[in-house]
Design a binder for this molecule. Sequence first.
Ligand code: GLU
Length: 436
Amino acid sequence: MTYSRELSAALKKAKARVGDRVKAAGHEGILMPSPELVKDSTHIVLKLDTGYNLGIKFEPKTQIVKLAGRKDAKPGKKPKLTPQSEGKIALLATGGTIASKVDYSTGGVSAALTSEDLIGIVPELGDIAHIDMKTLGEWMSEDLDHENWITIAKECEKRLKKDDGIVITHGTDTMHYTSAILSFMLHTPGKPVVLTGAQRSTDRGSADSAMNLITSAYTALGDIAEVGICMHAQPDDSYSFFIRGTKVRKMHSTMRNAFRPINDYPLAKVFPDGRIEPISVRPYRERGKTETKIVFDNAVELLKVYPGADPKLLTNAVNSGAKGIVIEGTGMGHVPTKARKPWVPVIKDIVSSGVPVVVETQCLYGPVNPRVYSNLRLLYQDAGAIPAADMLPETTYVKLGWVLAQEKKLPKIRDMMLTNYAGEINDRIEPDMFLY
Ligand code: GLU
């Protein structure tokens, strides 16, 4: 890639290098490399604070001003740990944006920071507690599977014996799957297990990682002995929500306050100064004994119903070895019933062969109701599908994998799916929980 002579001269005059913060044509951002194949480019590319890249055409009148030098997300000086409390927190890093930096040679973001780097970047953590760090992986969360969940859960099981609480840094995209499965695997954690992440990489001006880490550390030292996610509650840095691991979902791809409680209230508000304000109407679990069950059978499929969907999706799943199926039904938990391609008879056959079929709602909010419509009665009473109450699709999916690893018999699987192990089923859904 080369810049045109005029653009090169303007950049040289401004002493602006790739990675510096610059202002050009009224926009501020980090100067990114231009696409490699372009010769004599007349454009510069800025990474804006929103995370988007903006191409700006250089005209003779375009002013380029360097605002600040390039900041590499190098680990800071090893922080002096002089914690105000005697508490001990295990900080387990698994990757994701919170452990990422912008690679200025490609303009992309990749997982590259270890737990030591993280504490170097947010040294305040060292003031809150004794932090015992371990890097379990440098994974982007879309690449995770049940083997990674087991690795994380086993490390938590060890740490729950000796530390006061756990903070797990994690990619945000599938963090709610991990929080749900950890809620089952560590079903009585006895201490807080707090997952957190970042929507913006740590070396960017708008990074959300510092507040998320700080509020998570305070949560890990607090009294709410639950597995949950602690991230920004608002777009600004006012406070975080700590949300139960089975009732939380990433609901926005970019906003800092993307994680919301569904069919539940948050457990608590957590302020960056360490105050924790409980919200949840249900009594939260107190610190105490730890009980775990770290198992998972991944022969589970998660399928989505849509108008005209072919029930072959179900038979294909069973023929390729599925031992359990979760369906994201419509509305109160419907699948095509009197349609041209009905699902109900296929489900009936699958259930009679001993394979559980669990249906939840793609509305996310509100419960499945097996009785209201006659089509629902055919599915749940006649064909034998299991209605997943108000559980989220991701929670239902991981719960079925956890249950199948423990039970093979259909009636017992049904009982376990309808048992509330980790706050995943809420009998009282209040109107103000909607879009909380
Ligand atoms: N897709 C990546 C992940 O989930 C980055 C997203 C993030 O961490 O926010 O790991």
